[in-house]
Design a protein around this ligand. Structure first.
Ligand code: SAH
Ligand code: SF4
Ligand code: F3S
Length: 438
């Protein structure tokens, strides 16, 4: 059965920032075909850009598909993209017959053609992992807010024993240097003042013998670009060149997201992290020597198979010892097809819950302490959005804290100097510096 060509689209993103980037690129492709972005309820085409990192991811997608059915019983065209698509494949259209398109994270540049195929009455599945092909066919960047994402590297070769990413995103692969400088320029021309370089292992980026530090130095020379960030990094890829960039490149913000996952060597080994507690701490020491005020952020997993109380205490102690300013913490979730899912010693949910609560209490306390330590500092804030109140704007400090400011005549995208006057667990209050008339 053939259907009419869709005129409007809606993209729902799940998961990490790389999916946000991919969702933006999909939107650009459909806009280039003259389609309009619209609400989920009205869209002719709905794309679910999915994440498979933790449990119930697939279930969430299936229940969302069910909710897309309209009151009159009809459904929009439905495409399942992203990491659940890659992991579940054709199984998705078998379980949910409403799904018209299944497309993996490396093949979404083919979505417009796949939509055409569906309108001709063909079903469409593409789970190729062809690497970088998609970037050559995507339209040039024209639209952005003051902060933009730029994917520089895809995939992962690390194979941590709990993680699906190497299977859903494929092998580590870096985009060419010139393409990245070009895309960064296009983003800045379109209004970006801050660019966050993205990759599942962003600091594994390398091309023609150059590392991420070199790329950052090249971007530093782009006029109009004021701030550079990158995420997510692996400890083993923190090269000396990248660490030195933190000392030398003023635009590189003093913030590093460097997941450690656990503080105990036996657990780190079972996770196949290929760094130890000590080697991690030594890297942090080097980074702090280069940039003493850096805010360190981490990811932690509690309840990995076999984790004892004492081993969990090591996670609490590395959180303190490395003085993390901010952290994300997760209860271990067995993922189909990963080695850890079938390891002995799976931890009872109530034990993992209790560990997660203790870890989060300490993370929150450290985050508050870090925020409070910025009170009294004078710093720059990039304004990103309107606040809830009249005249209130919300932006980010160099350390990625959310800062609330009251002021007149300010615009989104301005970078203003403020005094930090108050701090809570999640945000700071900044006062604009008054211009004193001469
Ligand atoms: N590439 C990054 C992030 C990958 S996914 C890195 O190597 O650190 C983001 C985070 O999800 C991971 O850092 C990890 O803390 C968490 N995570 C991944 N798989 C998980 C699982 N099976 N259960 C619980 N948390 C998981
Ligand atoms: Fe997953 Fe480990 Fe790769 Fe990060 S480094 S994406 S946690 S396998
Ligand atoms: Fe999720 Fe895939 Fe990102 S599994 S975290 S969307 S790489």
């Amino acid at each position: 059965m053939s259907t009419e060509s869709p005129k409007s689209f809606h993209i729902k993103n799940y998961g990490c920032q790389m999916n946000v980037y991919d969702g933006e690129r999909m939107a650009e492709m459909f806009a280039a075909r003259g389609m309009e972005a619209s609400d989920k309820a009205d869209a002719d085409l709905v794309i679910l850009n999915t994440c498979h990192i933790r449990e119930k991811a697939a279930e969430k997608v299936y229940s969302e598909i069910g909710r897309l059915r309209r009151k009159d019983g009809s459904s929009p065209l439905i495409a399942v993209a992203g990491c659940v698509a890659q992991a579940e494949g054709g199984e998705i259209s078998r379980r949910a017959s409403e799904v018209d398109i299944v497309v993996g994270p490396q093949a979404y540049h083919k979505l417009p053609d796949m939509v055409d195929a569906v309108t001709r009455g063909e079903s469409s599945v593409d789970l190729d992992l062809p690497g970088l092909d998609k970037f050559d066919t995507l339209p040039r960047r024209r639209k952005t807010g003051p902060t933009a994402f730029l994917t520089v590297q895809e995939g992962c070769d690390k194979f941590c024993t709990y993680c699906v990413v190497p299977y859903t995103r494929g092998a580590e692969i870096s985009r060419p240097f010139a393409d990245l400088v070009d895309e960064a320029r296009a983003l800045v021309d379109a209004g970006a003042r801050e660019i966050t370089l993205l990759g599942q292992n962003v600091n594994a980026w390398e091309a023609d013998g150059q590392d991420l530090g070199t790329l950052i130095r090249a971007l530093d020379r782009i006029d109009g670009l004021r701030r550079i960030r990158y995420t997510t990094s692996h400890p083993n890829d923190m090269t000396d060149g990248l660490i030195a960039a933190h000392a030398e490149v003023e635009k590189l913000m003093p913030y590093l997201h460097l997941p450690v996952q656990a503080g105990n060597d036996r657990i780190l080994k079972a996770m196949n992290r290929s760094h130890s507690r000590d080697s991690y701490l030594r890297i942090i020491e080097k980074v702090r020597a280069a940039r003493p005020d850096i805010a360190l952020s981490g990811d932690f997993i509690v309840g990995f198979p076999g984790e004892t109380d004492a081993e969990f205490e090591d996670t609490l102690s590395i959180l303190r010892e490395a003085a993390f300013a901010q952290s994300f913490s997760f209860k271990y979730s067995p993922r189909p097809g990963t080695p850890a899912a079938t390891m002995d010693g799976q931890i009872a949910p109530e034990v993992a819950d209790e560990r997660l609560q203790r870890l989060q209490a300490q993370i929150n306390a450290q985050q508050l302490a870090f925020n409070q330590a910025t009170v009294g500092k004078r710093t720059s804030v990039l304004l990103e959005k309107q606040g809830r109140f009249d005249g209130q704007l919300i932006g980010r400090s160099p350390w990625l804290q959310s800062v609330h400011i009251l002021g007149e005549g300010l615009s989104i995208g301005d970078i203003v100097d403020v005094d930090i006057v108050e701090a809570g667990p999640l945000s700071l209050k900044g006062e604009l510096l008054m211009q004193v008339a001469a």
